[in-house]
Design a protein around this ligand. Structure first.
Ligand code: MN
Ligand code: MN
Length: 467
């Protein structure tokens, strides 16, 4: 080797493509992702993910957290917050005053929610009015099969779970768009207004209710749709005011590419971090620090609401844990190291101008450590400290986990946020770590199987680390 080559090796740094340096990892990664795809197909909403995670936790020996009970090392517990978010722990050998290893991901994803008064008829077609949830590019949600998920609380208190469009043979739903032949004026709209919010109307039926004794029934097609819903779920129009109904893509997760290296699916932001966090938590056996894995709701609308991380539910969970041990919550918080586990936008060479190559994340280079999110001058960002970065990098290097750094796009191109600032607000050290995603927030997001697998490994290393 020449001196320059030596120097280059010693002094410069590039993150490798995992597929080039770790040729044996593919098989394990592909196998791990089969379980992930199954979760994506059967847990598309925050409520469904919570229920499915609880079943997995119970199968792994976790029990519901009991008030005032002091747990011993190795015990595994969970706490469900209103059916829509979840906290879980494996008790460590260290006292809680020494801090915990907290890992927070979110299980809500962008979608179309129903308005509280959604059913109407227009020119003998019945529709649902929607109100989109989270940051969507509205034009992507038309002419794609949608499934209806959610809950309705009936007047008598009975909770009805709704799911139409997922089972084999189920009907699906659709938002219409104009034909190109008549799209000239629509084509002149800016892309962001190509489809407007009030145009996201879902077709739910087109045949009228028939009554031989009455010829002119008002809104007969709407009535027919309501009558079918009534047969299926025993609900009336008024019950939609006591409901949370979400329309999500009806499509299933699929392998992408001839080499099957990527997964295409709805809701990978942030179920990819939620699934890897959940499985890493379950696989952690006798940790030094107590683990605290959080699957939160409402991240996509700013973490507001009592199931989001901008509420005190995590703090209260920690307070309950530490009180039973006779510890001090403030010591626990100050001594805690946390991960905010969320996706980042992977570099897309087709749209190169919005990225800054040297500080972008790339698919197949592993989980991305995002020091700060935010917009413009780091507005709304947690901006993790150098010490926190050093700690997490050391944990991953020691465990031989591939990872990379990344910003969300070039400066001044836009921005975004995660739960990190709310974790930091509790007085913990926290940094973002998660999977690079292509087509983020679209009905069909892409992630690399190697990245998913190494994110699981990163979380497992983090939870079991003792320094
Ligand atoms: Mn996210
Ligand atoms: Mn998001």
């Amino acid at each position: 080797m020449t001196k320059a080559k030596d120097m280059q090796k010693d002094l410069t740094w590039e993150f490798p493509h995992i597929g080039k340096v770790e040729t044996q990892a593919k098989e394990a990664a592909y196998e791990y992702c089969e379980g992930y795809k199954e979760f994506l197909n059967t847990a598309k909403t925050e409520r469904e993910f919570t229920a499915k995670a609880v079943a997995a936790l119970q199968a792994a020996g976790y029990v519901p957290m009991e008030d005032g009970k002091c747990y011993k090392p190795g015990d595994k517990i969970y706490y469900v917050n209103r059916g829509k978010s979840l906290a879980m722990s494996t008790i460590g050998t260290a006292t809680l005053d020494e801090g915990v290893r907290l890992n927070a991901a979110h299980i809500d994803s962008p979608r179309l929610d129903l308005k509280p008064n959604p059913v109407y008829e227009n020119h003998e077609v019945a529709y649902f009015k929607t109100h989109y949830y989270g940051g969507i590019r509205k034009y992507q949600w038309v002419t794609t099969p949608l499934a209806m998920h959610g809950v309705i609380v009936k007047k008598n208190g009975e909770i009805v779970n709704v799911c139409i469009g997922e089972a084999e043979g189920d009907p699906v739903f659709c938002v219409t768009d104009l034909l190109p032949h008549l799209g000239a004026k629509q084509n002149e709209r800016k892309l962001g207004e190509g489809i407007k919010g009030e145009e996201l109307n879902i077709v739910i039926g087109s045949l009228p209710f028939v009554d031989e004794e009455e010829e002119s029934i008002k809104d007969a097609v709407k009535l027919n749709a309501l009558s079918l819903l009534n047969q299926m779920y025993g609900i009336t129009e008024q019950d939609f005011m006591r409901a949370e109904i979400e329309f999500v893509p009806a499509t299933k997760a699929a392998d992408i590419g001839l080499d099957r290296s990527l997964i295409g699916a709805y809701g990978q932001d942030d179920k990819v971090c939620a699934y890897t966090a959940l499985t890493a938590e379950i696989d952690t056996k006798a940790p030094y620090y107590t683990t605290v894995t959080i699957l939160a709701d409402k991240e996509e609308i700013g973490s507001y609401g009592n199931t989001g991380l901008n509420s005190d539910f995590v703090l209260h969970y920690l307070e309950d844990l530490v009180a039973a041990q006779g510890g001090n919550i403030r010591k626990l918080l100050r001594n805690t190291t946390a991960l905010s586990s969320d996706v980042n936008g992977a570099y897309d060479p087709t749209f190169a101008s919005v990225y800054e190559e040297r500080n972008s994340c790339f698919i197949n280079k592993g989980p991305v450590l995002t020091k700060y999110t935010g917009a413009r001058g780091k507005s709304g960002s947690n901006d993790a400290s150098a010490e926190t970065m050093a700690k997490i990098i050391n944990i991953m290097d020691e465990a031989k986990v591939y990872w990379q750094i990344g910003e969300l796009g070039a400066v001044d191109e836009g921005g975004g946020g995660t739960v990190a600032l709310y974790v930091a607000a509790m007085d913990m050290d926290v940094v973002d770590l998660g999977v690079p995603i292509l087509c983020m927030h679209s009905p069909f997001e892409l992630a690399s199987k190697l990245d998913v697998y190494y994110t699981y490994k990163a979380f497992a290393a983090f939870l079991s680390s003792a320094k």
